[in-house]
Write a protein that binds this ligand. Structure first.
Ligand code: HEC
Length: 207
């Protein structure tokens, strides 16, 4: 009984990680997530016993499988990047977005907006709740939703209209929203500025 419950939990967790990895892959490749047919439904490695073993169940198998799953899970967890790492990707995509629009390359701007959106979403999924110095917990998903329906939606509208003026206003507004979350997360030193050159970081290094 206990073994079954633990096994169930381990399978569910492994499936989550598998789906998460598939989601990451689709997000990294395209702004609209495409289903990855092969990886999502596939069981975690070590889950499905070889056919011969499955035919004759042995009492020790379940425990061995749980242990192997737990090892796989721990290995997968070590591969998931931390929130700052994913945010550095957001920085790169959002900075590239500025230059794509400056060059009136609207299809490229749309691509980088999609990357910004999907990586922001991923960054929040990596660590949805942050502990504040007061001991209170800051929930990031509601802030993300406000950003998606605010700055990101304004940028999309400007890009769709190929409107450089509306784009600049929306971009600056979005920078304010990015920074609003950094302040809420007690990181007021993560100030953004308009990037100076393609590939440049958006963090303002001046004190
Ligand atoms: C929902 C909250 C939230 C939003 C929105 C957000 N950030 Fe962040 N960002 C964070 C948090 C939290 C960290 C610190 C992560 C850590 O230290 O683990 C961070 C860190 C960063 C960093 C530092 C990464 C590094 O290691 O150098 C950059 C750059 C950054 N964000 C850029 C942006 C940009 C650009 C946007 C908007 C397009 C944005 N962020 C929007 C929460 C947010």
């Amino acid at each position: 009984m206990t073994v079954h419950r633990r096994q169930g939990a381990a399978i569910a967790a492994a499936a989550c990680i598998t789906l998460f990895a598939a989601d990451r892959m689709s997000q990294a490749q395209s702004p609209t997530p495409t289903p990855i047919p092969t990886s999502a439904p596939a069981p975690a490695p070590g889950l499905a016993p070889p056919a011969a073993e499955a035919a004759r169940p042995q009492p020790g198998d379940a425990a061995a499988q749980v242990e192997s799953l737990q090892n796989d899970l721990a290995a997968l967890q070590r591969l998931v990047p931390d929130q700052a790492h994913v945010m550095a990707d957001v920085d790169y995509h959002f900075s590239s977005l500025w230059f794509a629009a400056r060059n009136a390359n609207w299809p490229l701007a749309e691509f980088y907006l999609g990357e910004t959106r999907s990586h922001l979403t991923w960054a929040v999924r990596v660590r949805p709740v942050r502990k504040l110095s007061s001991g209170a917990e800051l929930e990031l998903p509601p802030i993300l939703l406000a950003v998606l329906s605010g700055g990101i939606a304004d940028l999309k509208a400007a890009i769709d209209k190929h409107d450089a003026h509306a784009f600049e206003a929306a971009y600056r507004g979005m920078m304010g929203q990015c920074y609003g979350c950094h302040v809420a997360a007690e990181k007021p030193y993560l100030r953004l500025h308009i990037p100076q050159a393609p590939g440049a970081r958006m963090i303002d290094l001046r004190p």
